[in-house]
Each structure stands twice: as structure tokens, then as C-alpha cells.
Design a protein around this ligand. Structure first.
Ligand code: KG4
Length: 334
């Protein structure tokens, strides 16, 4: 069986071809960073327009790189939500139209399910059940994953997502968009203990997150420095901010694994590409005797290969969509 998948939930137009047994034949991602960078964040209308321009070339490239044609495809999968509805509608409508014209089954995949399963695309795959941290620009949540279709949420952010905090701090420091990669690069040159930014714990047993206070604290620090005409120690700010985010993410993930009793921990989402988070979690999981599974960075950020895999399981579960099925902005999983 060959699956063609499309992902367009935010600012990446992506398409992939997957064979069952998790062989990714192609995975193409066209990002829009140069369009949104000067705004310091995503402009939804510009994102939708770019998806419209890119959807066909990206799908053609995915088919071409896989060495297959539409005639070889057995199933179409596309992200149905959550995300920016204008962006989602481009990919999801394209997928439904393609399925209709070709007489193929079509599945509408939850983006979160894609991130929760992306580790299964790697050679070293976790067995079920596992505890998963999904941390991206739109989400920061913890889940218990019992099988490829059964996820229960253990905690989530009450305000900003961690990636959103990275992006907002980068905007404040005039570092461009997306903020995560540039902050993590600069952080390597800074002192993580230079500034004592707050860590929101939200109570002993809580597995929820909050990053808006941290973001405000960085904003106050920057405003104070500027008011006092002090030079900004950008690398120290980046390192201290990153450390505060990573510490909370690691603490809550370990606490979640303790609550579930799972021996396996999985991460996913764009922020899961952060080298400091990966290093801290590796050390903490080793200390606790937990197995940690981290997708390669290219499978952490938005991609269509993970949508193909989640779509495959949905197809096996008989969950097809028809031409009238709508996209959604908020995930029922979250
Ligand atoms: O999963 P993703 O591609 O899209 C969303 O669903 O949001 O994640 C993008 C987010 C952005 O907020 C970006 O700043 C963040 O992931 N990100 C990182 C890193 N690489 C990407 N955050 C921290 N460190 C990184 N190395």
C-alpha cells in the first residue's frame, strides 16, 4: 500500500509518500520563513496564499522523489486540524478533491496524532504504551499513548506554547522568525545562570504548563536594560530563557512518566529539535532508567510523513472522510 499525505496546518507546505512498514519514500517540506520573518510571527492570510502556490509543486515533488505516480497511490491522508483554518483548508481540500477525482479513500488526520506517532518512523521504535511530550509553536502537552489510535491527555499549557514563547522572545530581541533555532544557537554562547527567569510549576501534581509569565519576565528584563541604556547580553538572555523552558519541560515530562508508570518516553514537535532539551531529557531519563525516543529533528518539525503514518492507522480503523468533512482549528485530543 502507498499513502500520499499532505500537511498544511501552519506555515509549512509538506507532502510525503509512505509505504506501510513505515518506509518513507519521500518527504518534501516547503517552509515560508522568508515571508513571515520580517513580521516576527506567522501572518495567516499570507500563509494561506503561499500554500495555494506551493501545494501542487510540493505534491508533484513528493511523488517524483518517491518514483511513483498518482496511479500507484492507494490512500490520501491530510491534516484536518488543529491549526490555522485558512492554511488547513488548502491542503485538506486539495486532498479531498484528489481522492474524489481518483476514487481513492481519504483520511483527515489530527496533527497532534502525527507528532505523537512520528517516533515510529525511526528505525529504533518505541513499543506501546508510552508517555509523550508534544512541544511546538502551537502546542505544549503531555499524553499517555496506549496504541496508535488511543491517546489521553495528561497536561497542557494554560497559555502560550513553548515554541510560541521562543518565537515571542526572538521577536523581542529582534532575532527574526522562527525563534527556536536562532535562540538555541545563541544560547550555546551564553550563561544559562546569568538571569534568574521564573519557572512556573502550577502546583505539585500538576502536569500543566505556563510560559506567559516567563515571556513577560524576559520582556521586563529587556525593557529595563533598554531604559537604563545598558547593552543587552543577548546570548545570556537566550541561554537563561532556554534553560527555564527546558527545565520545566523536562521536570513535567519525568513527572508524567512517574504518574503513568510507563518506562518509555517520547518527544515530538518543533521544540523537540532543541539540542538542550534533548541533552537534558537524555540525562534525566538515563538517571531514572527510562527509555527515551526522540525523532530526528526533521521529523520533529511539521512534516507530512507523520501524517501519512497516523493516516494509515486511521484507515485501518475505518475512519474515512468524505468531500463534506470540514477542517477544525482546535484538536479534540487536546
Ligand atoms: O512543530 P512545528 O514545526 O510547527 C508547529 O506546529 O508549531 O514547530 C515550530 C516551532 C516554532 O515555534 C519554532 O520556534 C520551534 O518550533 N523550534 C524550536 C527549535 N526549532 C524549532 N524551538 C526551540 N529550539 C529549536 N531548536
Amino acid at each position: 500500500m502507498l499513502i500520499l499525505a499532505i500537511e498544511s496546518s501552519c506555515d509549512d507546505t509538506a507532502a510525503a509518500v509512505l509505504e506501510p512498514e513505515n518506509r518513507v519514500l519521500s518527504s518534501i517540506i516547503s517552509n515560508q520563513n522568508e515571508i513571515h520573518s520580517r513580521f516576527g510571527g506567522i501572518v495567516p492570510e499570507l500563509a494561506s496564499r503561499r500554500h495555494i502556490e506551493m501545494i501542487r509543486p510540493v505534491v508533484d515533488e513528493a511523488l517524483g522523489q518517491a518514483g511513483v505516480g498518482l496511479n500507484d497511490i492507494d490512500l490520501i491522508a491530510a491534516t484536518r486540524g488543529p491549526g490555522l483554518v485558512g492554511s488547513l483548508l488548502v491542503g485538506f481540500t486539495f486532498a479531498k478533491a484528489l481522492a474524489l477525482v481518483r476514487g481513492l479513500p481519504c483520511v483527515g488526520v489530527d496533527h497532534m496524532a502525527g507528532h505523537l506517532l512520528s517516533c515510529l518512523l525511526e528505525d529504533n521504535q518505541p513499543h506501546f504504551p508510552y508517555t509523550a511530550l508534544i512541544v511546538s509553536g502551537g502546542n505544549t502537552s503531555l499524553f499517555a499513548v496506549n496504541d496508535p489510535m488511543t491517546f489521553s491527555r495528561l497536561g497542557r499549557t494554560r497559555d502560550d506554547a513553548a515554541g510560541e514563547a521562543f518565537d515571542k522572545v526572538a521577536k523581542l530581541l529582534e532575532l527574526g522568525y522562527p525563534g527556536g533555532p536562532v535562540i538555541s544557537r545563541l544560547a550555546t554562547e551564553g550563561n544559562p545562570k546569568a538571569i534568574a527567569f521564573p519557572r512556573a510549576r502550577l502546583g505539585e501534581d500538576s502536569l500543566d504548563f505556563s510560559f506567559s509569565g516567563l515571556k513577560t519576565s524576559v520582556a521586563s528584563h529587556v525593557a529595563n536594560q533598554r531604559r537604563n541604556q545598558q547593552p543587552l547580553a543577548v546570548a545570556d538572555i537566550c541561554a537563561s530563557f532556554q534553560e527555564a523552558v527546558v527545565e520545566v519541560l523536562a521536570d513535567k515530562t519525568l513527572a508524567a512518566a512517574q504518574q503513568t508508570g510507563h518506562r518509555r518516553v517520547v518527544i515530538g514537535g518543533g521544540v523537540a529539535a532543541n539540542p538542550r532539551l534533548r541533552a537534558v531529557l537524555t540525562q534525566r531519563c538515563t538517571e531514572q532508567g527510562l527509555e527515551l525516543f526522540m525523532p530526528s529533528p526533521v521529523l520533529c518539525t511539521d512534516n507530512a510523513a507523520m501524517i501519512a503514518l497516523a493516516g494509515y492507522y486511521q484507515f485501518l480503523g475505518g475512519q474515512l472522510v468524505d468531500a463534506d468533512t470540514d477542517a477544525y482549528s482546535r484538536s479534540p485530543l487536546n
